[in-house]
Design a protein around this ligand. Structure first.
Ligand SMILES: NC(=O)c1ccc[n+]([C@@H]2O[C@H](COP(=O)([O-])OP(=O)(O)OC[C@H]3O[C@@H](n4cnc5c(N)ncnc54)[C@H](O)[C@@H]3O)[C@@H](O)[C@H]2O)c1
Length: 474
C-alpha cells in the first residue's frame, strides 16, 4: 500500500469555510490548492451571481459540472474546494467516488448563514430559503463523504487515512476497509485487555488471531518468522495490528512482506503508537546489530485510533509517549501537551500525518521528527540500552536541541523532568558520530528557529559535545 495519492475534495454548504480550510490543508500536506468556485468564474468570464441572473441555475450547474469533473479527472492530485451545490450533479458525484477522498466540511446552518448573509451569493439572499436548502442538501453531503471534518487537522487525518474517535475499537468491523478476511495480530499483554473487544467488533470478518510477544521481543526475526508461518490470509486479506509501537512495527512489516504485501490496519494502544509509531507507514524489525534495520514503507489502509484505550496504559508507558508529545508540540510551536487526552492525540497524530504526507519516504523534511533523537540514541547506546528508557533519553535529547537552538527549555523541564544519566562520556560521543545523522564526521541536527524546525543543520563539534556532556551526570 503506497501513500494516498487521490485528490482531497472538500464538500459542504456555502459558508462552511472550504476555501480557507483547503488552502491550509494543501500547504500542510504539500499539494496544490484549487478553488473551483473561482475556476468556474474564470471559465464563465463573469461572476457566478451575474451568470445566474442572466442564464439561470440550470445553465450554471451544467458549466459547474464540466469544470468540477475536469478538475477531478486531472491526474495531478490536489486539494479541491467544490462549490456548495456541485454535489447535486450526478457526474460530479460519480467523479468524486472514482477520483477523490471526499471530506465534508461540517457547519451548522446558523453559522453558515451568518458568514454568507449579504455576500451577494444567488442562493443566500433570504434566510428561510437558505435554511431550507441546507436541510435539503445535508443528506447528499453525508452520502458522498468519506469523512467529516471540523477543522484542518480532521482533513489532514482523513487524507492520511487516520481515524481518531473515542470508542472506535467497538466500531472496528466497519472501519477496516474492504470486505476480505481479517487476521488480528495483538501484543500478548494487550490481547488480554482489549483483545476480546477487538474480536467482537471484527466478528464476521475475523478469520484468524495471532499474538506477538510484548515489547521489543515482537520486533525479532524469530517472532516474525512464527507470524509469517502462522498466517493463512489470501491477498484480499487485511492484518489488523492491536498493540503499542512494537506490535504495529512488527505486524506492519509482516503485512508489507507476507504474499508480497497485504493491507493492514494498525490499532495503536500506547501513547507512543497513537501519536507516532502507527502513523506514516514506516514498519520495521530489529537485528542484533541495531534497531529497525530491516523494514519497509507500507502505508496502512487505515489507522484506527481510540484514545479510550490509553486508560489502561501504565503511567511509565504514558511518560514514554509524553516525550514524543512534547517533541511534537515543540515542532508545531504549540503547547499540545496541555490538551486533554483525546485532543492531544488528535492534534499530534495530525501533525505527524501531515509531515509524512509531505515526505512519505523520509527523504527530506520528515527528518524534523528526529528532534533531540541523535542525542537520545547516543545516550541509549552508551547505556547499553539498559537503565535509561527511550522516553527519558528523548527528553534529555530535546533539552540539548533546545539549548543549541537558543530556546526556552522550560516546557521540557516542567513536563518531562529529565535527569542527567550516568553513562561513559566518550562512549556516548562516539555513538553520536555513529548515528545515521552524522554525515562525513560532521554532525547535522534538527534545530528550531523562529520559522519553525530546520533539519540537517551543521553543528560545530565543540558545541555538540558541550550539549551532550550537559546531559550526563558527573
Ligand atoms: N514506525 C515508526 O514510525 C515508529 C515511531 C516511533 C516509535 N516506533 C517504535 O515503537 C516502539 C515503541 O512503542 P511503544 O512505546 O508503544 O512500546 P510497546 O509496543 O512495547 O508498548 C509498551 C508496553 O505497553 C503495553 N501496552 C500497550 N498498550 C497498552 C494498553 N492500552 N494498556 C496496557 N498496556 C499497554 C505493551 O504490552 C508493552 O508492554 C519501538 O520499537 C520504536 O522503534 C516506531
Amino acid at each position: 500500500m503506497s501513500v494516498p495519492t487521490r485528490h482531497v475534495a472538500l464538500v459542504g454548504f456555502m459558508g462552511a469555510g472550504k476555501t480557507t480550510l483547503g488552502e491550509e490543508v494543501a500547504r500542510r500536506i504539500g499539494l496544490p490548492f484549487r478553488d473551483l468556485d473561482r475556476e468556474v468564474e474564470v471559465a464563465l468570464g463573469t461572476s457566478i451571481g451575474e451568470f445566474f441572473a442572466a442564464e439561470g441555475e440550470e445553465a450554471f450547474r451544467a458549466r459547474e459540472a464540466d469544470a468540477t469533473v475536469a478538475a477531478l479527472r486531472d491526474p495531478r492530485p490536489a486539494v479541491l474546494a467544490l462549490g456548495g451545490g456541485a454535489i447535486t450533479l450526478e457526474p460530479v458525484r460519480d467523479a468524486l467516488r472514482e477520483r477523490a477522498l471526499t471530506v465534508l466540511v461540517d457547519v451548522d446552518p446558523e453559522t453558515a448563514w451568518q458568514r454568507v448573509e449579504g455576500s451577494g451569493r444567488p442562493l443566500a439572499r433570504e434566510r428561510t430559503a437558505f435554511l431550507a436548502l441546507y436541510e435539503q442538501r445535508a443528506p447528499l453531503y453525508r452520502e458522498v463523504a468519506d469523512a467529516v471534518a471540523r477543522d484542518a487537522d480532521d482533513v489532514v487525518l482523513a487524507a492520511a487515512a487516520v481515524h481518531v474517535e473515542r470508542g472506535a475499537l467497538r466500531r472496528l468491523g466497519s472501519l477496516v476497509p474492504g470486505d476480505g478476511p481479517v487476521a488480528l495480530v495483538s501484543d500478548a499483554h494487550v490481547a488480554g485487555i482489549h483483545g476480546m473487544d477487538a474480536q467482537l467488533a471484527l466478528a464476521p470478518r475475523l478469520a484468524e488471531t495471532h499474538e506477538l510477544p510484548s515489547g521489543e521481543e515482537a520486533k525479532t526475526l524469530a517472532a516474525l518468522d512464527r507470524l509469517w508461518q502462522a498466517l493463512r490470509l489470501d491477498r484480499r486479506g487485511t492484518i489488523v495490528a492491536l498493540g503499542g509501537g512494537c506490535t504495529t512495527d512488527a505486524a506492519g512489516f509482516a503485512a508489507a512482506t507476507y504474499l508480497r504485501g497485504v493491507a493492514w490496519v494498525p490499532v495503536p494502544t500506547s501513547l507512543v503508537a497513537q501519536v507516532d509509531a502507527a502513523i506514516g507507514g514506516k514498519t520495521a524489525v530489529d537485528l542484533p546489530q541495531g534497531k529497525n534495520l530491516v523494514g519497509a514503507f507500507h502505508w496502512p489502509a487505515r489507522t484506527v485510533i481510540d484514545p479510550a484505550l490509553l486508560e489502561t496504559l501504565p503511567e511509565a508507558q504514558r511518560r514514554e509517549g509524553l516525550a514524543e508529545v512534547v517533541k511534537t508540540g515543540l515542532l508545531a510551536g504549540e503547547p499540545l501537551w496541555e490538551l486533554p487526552d483525546d485532543e492531544l492525540v488528535r492534534r499530534c497524530a495530525a501533525f505527524k500525518a501531515a509531515v509524512c504526507l509531505r515526505d512519505p519516504r523520509d527523504e527530506g523534511e520528515r527528518k524534523i521528527l528526529n528532534l533531540g533523537h541523535t542525542f537520545a540514541h547516543a545516550l541509549e547506546a552508551a547505556a547499553g540500552y539498559e537503565g535509561v528508557t527511550h522516553g527519558q533519553a528523548v527528553a534529555l535529547g530535546l533539552l540539548a536541541a533546545l539549548r543549541l537552538s537558543g530556546r526556552d527549555t522550560g516546557p521540557v523541564e516542567e513536563i518531562l523532568r529529565p535527569k542527567p544519566v550516568r553513562v561513559d562520556r566518550e562512549r556516548a560521543w562516539r555513538a553520536m558520530h555513529r548515528d545515521k545523522k552524522a554525515v562525513g564526521g560532521e554532525l547535522r541536527l534538527v534545530l528550531l528557529d523562529d520559522d519553525g524546525p530546520r533539519w540537517d543543520v551543521p553543528v560545530a563539534p565543540a558545541d555538540a559535545r558541550r550539549a551532550l556532556d550537559a546531559l550526563i551526570a558527573r
